[in-house]
Write a protein that binds this ligand. Structure first.
Ligand SMILES: NC(=O)c1ccc[n+]([C@@H]2O[C@H](COP(=O)([O-])OP(=O)(O)OC[C@H]3O[C@@H](n4cnc5c(N)ncnc54)[C@H](OP(=O)(O)O)[C@@H]3O)[C@@H](O)[C@H]2O)c1
Length: 186
């Protein structure tokens, strides 16, 4: 948890999918570390975020909800609804490229994608992530895929983490490194 909060403090923005908001109701703030809160961003194509969500009551930032919906819901003063282009393959869903472009225009130069699996998979598939941090805890959950189908088609196109670093942190192990999308190891 402390590492997660430290990582949050090192980024301009933090992004999650609406699935994470509905299941975990996170605050996305820096609490177990010292540092500024990153700009919270939610991919929420159809504006399903409830006004009661913690993210709509952030202590010092307006949450940016990225949507393709033209509806303007009353979600409170701490929410900005931003309309983004839709995916070419799914008109009902926010385009990641469009979302990243808008974030860049709004001054977000580093973005931490905190989940969940659907959004992480989408970023990896679109080759939009530069690096990855993986925490391995000594606990078997079962039945949950952290990363879905990356459609890499063949061994040569698989995503490689290189250079790969690792460190123990209490009973957990942390792995991190840069993502190489051409299947090559240096
Ligand atoms: N262990 C961890 O560190 C961690 C961190 C975060 C979450 N989680 C877990 O992850 C689970 C939630 O993950 P999830 O996969 O169900 O949901 P998610 O990845 O948080 O959100 C998925 C939703 O994001 C929206 N979205 C908008 N644009 C998208 C795009 N271009 N590509 C992909 N998705 C887009 C879609 O809904 P719309 O089409 O309605 O927009 C999609 O259904 C929870 O159980 C949570 O506990 C774990």
């Amino acid at each position: 948890m402390r590492l997660t909060h430290q990582l949050r403090s090192l980024h301009d923005g933090i992004l999650v999918g609406i699935g994470t908001i509905l299941s975990d109701d996170p605050q996305l703030t820096v609490r177990q570390w010292t540092g500024a809160n990153p700009q919270p961003v939610v991919l929420d194509s159809q504006l399903r975020t409830p006004p009661s969500a913690k993210i709509c009551h952030h202590p010092d930032k307006k949450c940016w909800l990225m949507t393709v919906s033209s509806e303007r819901k009353m979600l409170g003063e701490q929410v900005d609804i931003l309309t983004v282009d839709s995916c070419t393959r799914n008109a009902q869903r926010v385009s990641l490229e469009g979302a990243m472009r808008l974030l860049r225009e709004r001054g977000i130069k580093s973005l931490m994608v905190e989940g969940g699996a659907t959004v992480i998979t989408a970023f990896l598939r679109a080759r939009l992530a530069d690096s990855l941090v993986l925490t391995v805890a000594p606990r078997l959950v079962g039945g949950y895929k952290a990363v879905g189908d990356l459609q890499t088609e063949g061994y040569k196109n698989q995503l490689i983490i290189d250079p790969l670093h690792s460190a123990a942190s209490g009973k957990d192990h942390i792995l991190w490194g840069d993502l190489q999308y051409n299947g090559n190891i240096s």
